[in-house]
Design a protein around this ligand. Structure first.
Ligand SMILES: Cc1cc2nc3c(=O)[nH]c(=O)nc-3n(C[C@H](O)[C@H](O)[C@H](O)COP(=O)(O)O)c2cc1C
Length: 208
């Protein structure tokens, strides 16, 4: 078993990018500092660092905040799953059974299109996948994402944000679609989770 490792060089680059307004540019200096000290605790001993991607979908930026803290703390690449057709606030109205999100979640076969793609997915050993809970599940666009790549041989780590629901079985359909992957137990975060909380979880993961 090898602990999730980070490359110090990659991490310093991530901090530099953040300071320049690129990459995780929206992190506060307190978050950057917390992520820095947490990452230093998990520097590799002898194992080669795993190449890590943090991929996320976020309709209202809560999951985005967690994903950015995770990527900055791990020195990982960050990829936003961008809907080809952006979600409007009316689309997200879960009080309306005719809204786009309601219709998608009522149809297990809905696969909203994604704009763009991950470059060279094959280079990654570990892929974190983040999403908001919609009606207790991952949004259907996450199924579009998972079904678009070959995850066999990779370790996949799901995480989510929600109003109050726990992680539950929100990743069930995603896990089933990622045949050949080592799929770890997921973790739910509240909106605005701190870098400390996020990195404490990430550093405790055991990646084979
Ligand atoms: C269509 C829809 C359905 C939702 N369903 C749930 C739910 O079942 N349980 C819950 O706790 N929160 C639910 N929420 C709230 C979101 O999970 C929460 O606000 C999340 O942090 C949003 O993340 P985002 O900003 O990354 O999109 C729902 C939100 C939307 C738009």
């Amino acid at each position: 078993m090898k602990k999730l490792c980070v490359s110090l060089l990659a991490f310093v680059m991530a901090l530099t990018l953040a300071a320049c307004g690129g990459g995780a540019g929206s992190l506060s200096s307190a978050d950057r500092s917390a992520a820095s000290s947490k990452a230093a605790e998990s520097l590799p001993s002898s194992d080669a660092a795993a190449k890590v991607l943090v991929a996320y979908f976020s309709a209202t930026n809560n999951t985005k905040g967690v994903a950015e803290k995770l990527a900055a703390g791990l020195g990982a690449d960050l990829y936003e799953i961008t809907p080809a057709e952006p979600y409007t606030s009316e689309d997200l109205n879960y009080g309306n059974s005719d809204s786009r999100s309601s219709k998608e979640m009522n149809d297990p076969n809905a696969r909203p299109a994604i704009s763009g793609s991950v470059k060279n997915m094959e280079q990654y050993d570990v892929v974190f996948v983040g999403y908001p809970i919609w009606w207790g599940e991952a949004p259907r666009i996450m199924s579009t994402f998972i079904e678009s790549y070959d995850f066999s041989g990779k370790t996949v780590v799901p995480f989510c944000t929600s109003g109050s629901s726990g992680f539950g079985s929100s990743d069930q359909a995603l896990r089933a679609a990622a045949s050949g992957a080592k799929w770890l137990e997921g973790r739910r975060f509240a909106a605005g989770a701190s870098a400390d909380e996020v990195m404490e979880w990430a550093n405790g993961l055991e990646i084979d």
